[in-house]
Design a protein around this ligand. Structure first.
Ligand code: DI6
Ligand code: FE
Length: 417
């Protein structure tokens, strides 16, 4: 090699080199998993430094690199759970029993149960108690390959308790090697002290909570439950406006139980995503497509509420709307902390292909969080958040449920499992 060639193309120093692996890179929107078989992948400074066919491996400094034989296993991006309510007090097993006796989720909410009962338990819990109860839930997700999670507030519904929830969500990232992205969901339900004064509560959210959350950098995104049992379009718009004024991104819980048009409104405000969307109309889908929003599908809530209205997957596909999949882990509508079960349910309940389902918890989940330039793909320069799976083809991640095929997990280039 000439000196000039060396100067323009120096021999790289890598920290870790995986040999004898197959890659589901999840590039190009995850089409056919972005598969590269008989591959190698190198990590340097917490980033992916090289990947490709092992036969094309360039020369590298052999002295300081840890070489790992992947034994023909599969590497995927670390999984991303892009919609959770992981921090909360108490649980709602009693309401589960009520629903089994015939009461609906809406009826329970209207009778003062539902989200409001979790608000009471969350307000009563100390930060330490909230942390202690959320930790096993995060551990369960982490052990299934999750390296990034979004956690929403929304069970405090006053400034102090919303701040408490978001602070706990931040502390979880110090307890486990998981990246936590925080979303402020003050407009989740009406707290009892604002009964019959929902506009007054929205004023509190916009004028007092959002400025503090933004100033203290407790969240970078604002979410609203736009629904008959949540907040109407005018109220949702006020929250979006306040969020934008404070430089925060937005997303919406919309079209979960009825079609209010929250998704079109979210599109008007360049939201990152609209989530649930079982009742989304064709106009809503076109608006999402035009605004390059991500559709976050939540099969756990669909299953647990025994919903029968399917999200409009075929139309979302037709309009090229990226689909993400998440647990929605929460005490009322999806008390489920298994991203692997979501992969299975996305296919069995929503008829996604396994490749689409895996895209839903990698590249498209990153897009739903505004992280698509750094996470959710195996690509050079991306964060080295990587899962190693003991499988012989990627569809196994969706097909079998209950046996955990994770054999290693890397976050920021460090092996953490
Ligand atoms: N939709 C949901 O599925 C969760 N929040 C929301 O707006 C449910 C939250 C709960 O029931 O506690
Ligand atoms: Fe939710």
């Amino acid at each position: 090699m000439t000196n000039t060639a060396q100067a323009t193309n120096p021999i790289p120093h890598w920290q870790t080199l995986w040999l004898n692996v197959n890659l589901a890179t999840m590039t190009n929107g995850g089409d056919n998993y972005g598969e590269i078989c008989d591959a190698a992948l190198a990590i340097s400074d917490g980033k992916i430094a090289w990947l490709g066919k092992q036969a094309d491996l360039p020369s590298y400094h052999k002295s300081d690199v840890e070489v790992i034989d992947g034994q023909g296993r599969w590497l995927t991006p670390g999984l991303i759970d892009c919609h959770t309510h992981l921090v909360y007090g108490g649980n709602r097993a009693n309401e589960f029993e009520m629903r089994l006796q015939g009461k609906s989720y809406q009826e329970i909410a209207e009778a003062g149960g539902g989200i409001v009962s979790t608000v009471k338990a969350t307000r009563e819990a100390s930060a330490a108690e909230l942390l202690k109860s959320a930790l096993p839930r995060l551990t369960a997700l982490h052990q299934q390959g999750v390296t990034t999670i979004e956690i929403k507030s929304g069970y405090g519904l006053d400034l102090d308790n919303e701040v408490k929830m978001l602070t706990v969500a931040g502390e979880l990232a110090e307890q486990l090697p998981v990246t936590v992205k925080r979303t402020f969901l003050g407009a989740h339900a009406l707290p009892v002290e604002y009964k019959d004064n929902s506009d007054g509560y929205i004023k509190l959210v916009c004028d007092e909570m959002i400025p503090v959350i933004a100033e203290q950098k407790l969240a970078d995104t604002v979410d609203v439950f736009c629904e008959n049992i949540g907040f109407d379009l005018a109220q949702t718009e006020r929250v979006f406006t306040a969020a934008k004024q404070h430089g925060l991104a937005i997303k919406a819980h919309a079209e979960q139980l009825s079609n209010l048009g929250g998704t079109e409104l979210a599109a008007k405000y360049q939201a990152l995503s609209s989530d649930h969307i079982e009742f989304l109309s064709a106009a809503g889908i076109k608006a999402m497509s035009a605004a390059n929003m991500t559709a976050v599908l939540l099969p756990g809530a669909f299953y647990f509420l025994r919903e029968t209205q399917l999200p409009p997957v075929e139309l979302l596909r037709k309009h090229g709307v990226a689909m993400a999949i998440a647990t929605d882990a929460n005490p009322g509508s999806s008390p489920i902390c298994s991203i692997q079960l979501m992969l299975n349910m996305a296919c069995t309940l929503f008829r996604l292909t396994p490749s689409e389902a895996l895209a839903g918890v990698t590249c498209n989940a990153a897009k739903a969080l505004g992280l698509s330039k750094t996470k959710g793909q195996l690509s050079v320069g991306f964060d080295a958040d990587i899962a190693l799976w003991n499988i012989s083809q990627p569809a196994e991640l969706c097909y079998q449920f209950g046996v955990n095929p994770l054999s290693a997990l890397i976050q920021n280039g460090q092996q953490v499992i």
